[in-house]
Design a protein around this ligand. Structure first.
Ligand code: ADP
Length: 461
């Protein structure tokens, strides 16, 4: 069996890929399990060198990988090239951090004892990833996993498996032994079930929708696997009266329209204070109007297609709901004349907190503007959601930026910045946006077990 990977900008079939299921997943798990022993026994320096070589190869193939991302995912080539640098950065960082996985020596409570904490790899890891960052969502799981001594079975999105295969091929070229990095693609539920059922898989790490994340978390209970989840967001972008207008417009634009609004940290609600609302709405709409829509391979294009028809229909239904409840289209609000799944970059004014645009993640190029009066109201509105991934605030007051950052129930806060993700900082959400952190030194702990070792009777001979 096979299925087709298509270019969302043209609908053209790029290639047929095999459709795998439980059997192939179990084979991949066995291969990861067999490789675990030798990979985990390598010195940290050796693993670090392999990862460094993989990083070098990813960078050497930046142009090819960037083109592959645009081809199967649709984002503008410039963003794809940015994703390659960002994604490769997780491998580089993991190569460096591999050498710093320290244990502890604990002062003993009895004179003839010595107490130690060892950090050891979790084991085989199942990594399930989405289509919106076909490379970076893989490397930020696989980099730390390999650095810690784990081996992996990757299940990329069925929409974007080609970048995953290319990255895995480069891992082999880097000398990482076969069996350490495995890729299975095909029927998501079958592959997921096989990963969940296996007692050899000790951890599931997932980026994707909250609904699937909950399923995986429940499924992991059967074998008491560890889970890390990066799920949906509902990011508020709060523009206060005292913000620098240009900085706020530029930041909100980047936070909202990157990847045509298809990231879990994209601003989902733009909350604007009464005194700056008109000015901001005008300047922001003007900036959005300048975003060129088209095939991501065309120079100057800032907005590619949405990933598929279902994504466009979701956007349409949210806008319909908002208009029926009194919101106003300030810009765009319909499919783009290019057809396919292109959608006009859109700004909607007079949005209220009961509308779908405020309650759920739109995952498209739609910026809903909500008016607020006081700082307290902004915080209340921002926190009035089950999600808690990224939040953005724009203000020139140091006191306010600190106060509001502390009050926001979110895992990441950008102050006067719309793009804040980096491999050196911890990325992850609170509430139903997930569990665990990726990137940074903290991300390593997700792939490590702690073992307490007590050496007793020290004085016996
Ligand atoms: P999105 O809506 O962003 O595509 P999903 O959560 O549906 O988010 O997809 C993220 C990843 O989860 C993809 O690789 C997808 O194939 C996978 N997935 C979807 N359903 C399941 C499932 N039941 N079990 C395991 N993986 C799944």
């Amino acid at each position: 069996m096979s299925w087709q990977v298509c270019n969302p900008a043209t609908g053209e079939v790029i290639v047929d890929v095999p459709c795998m299921g439980q059997k192939e997943t179990n084979d991949a798990i066995s291969s990861a399990y067999e490789s675990f022993y030798s990979w985990s026994k390598l010195t940290a320096t050796k693993r670090s060198k392999y990862l460094r070589k993989w990083y070098d190869l990813l960078i050497a193939h930046k142009e090819d990988l960037g083109q592959l991302i645009t081809l199967e995912q649709g984002k503008p080539l410039k963003e794809s090239l940015g994703e390659v640098s960002y994604g490769a950065g997780f491998i580089e960082f993991s190569a460096e951090e591999a050498k710093r996985i320290y244990g502890d020596i604990i002062p003993a409570t009895l004179p003839d004892r010595r107490l130690f904490v060892l950090k050891q790899p979790v084991g085989v890891v199942g990594a399930i990833t989405p289509w919106n960052f076909p490379l970076a969502m893989i490397t930020r799981k696989v980099g730390p996993a390999l650095a810690c001594g784990c081996t992996v079975v990757i299940k990329p999105s069925e929409l974007t498996p080609l970048t995953a295969l290319a990255a895995a091929e480069l891992s082999l070229q880097a000398g990482i032994p076969p069996g350490v990095v495995n890729v299975v693609m095909g029927n998501a539920a079958d592959i997921g079930d096989a990963l969940l059922a296996s007692t050899q898989v000790r951890k599931i790490t997932f980026t994707g929708s909250t609904a699937v994340g909950k399923k995986l978390m429940a499924g992991a209970a059967g074998t008491v696997k560890r889970v890390s989840l990066e799920l949906g967001g509902n990011a508020p972008c709060i523009v206060f009266d005292d913000a620098d207008l240009d900085v706020a417009v530029k930041g909100a634009l980047a936070a909202k329209f990157r990847n045509s609004g298809q990231t879990c940290v994209c601003a989902n609600r733009v909350l604007v204070q009464e005194g700056i609302y008109e000015k901001f709405a005008n300047a922001f709409s003007k900036a959005v109007q300048n975003l060129q829509v088209g095939d991501g391979f065309i120079e100057g294009v800032a907005q590619g297609p949405l990933i598929n028809e279902a994504a466009v229909q979701k956007v349409e239904s949210f806008i319909k709901d908002a208009i029926s409840k009194g919101a106003k289209v300030l810009l765009g609000g319909k499919r783009h004349s290019l057809g396919m799944t292109f959608y006009e970059p859109t700004v909607i004014g007079d949005v209220k907190s009961d509308m779908l645009l405020s309650r759920e993640e739109v995952f498209g190029p739609v910026a809903p503007l909500l008016l607020f009066k006081t700082e307290e109201e902004a915080i209340r509105l921002a926190n009035d959601t089950n999600a808690g991934l990224a939040a953005y605030i724009f203000t020139n007051s140091i006191q306010r930026s600190w106060r509001v950052s502390e009050a926001l129930e979110y895992g990441l806060v950008g102050i006067n910045e719309g793009i804040i993700s980096t491999e050196v900082a911890p990325f992850g959400g609170v509430k139903q946006s997930g569990l665990g952190r990726e990137g940074s030194k903290y991300g390593m702990d997700e792939y490590l077990e702690m073992k307490y070792v007590c050496l007793g009777n020290m004085n016996s001979n």
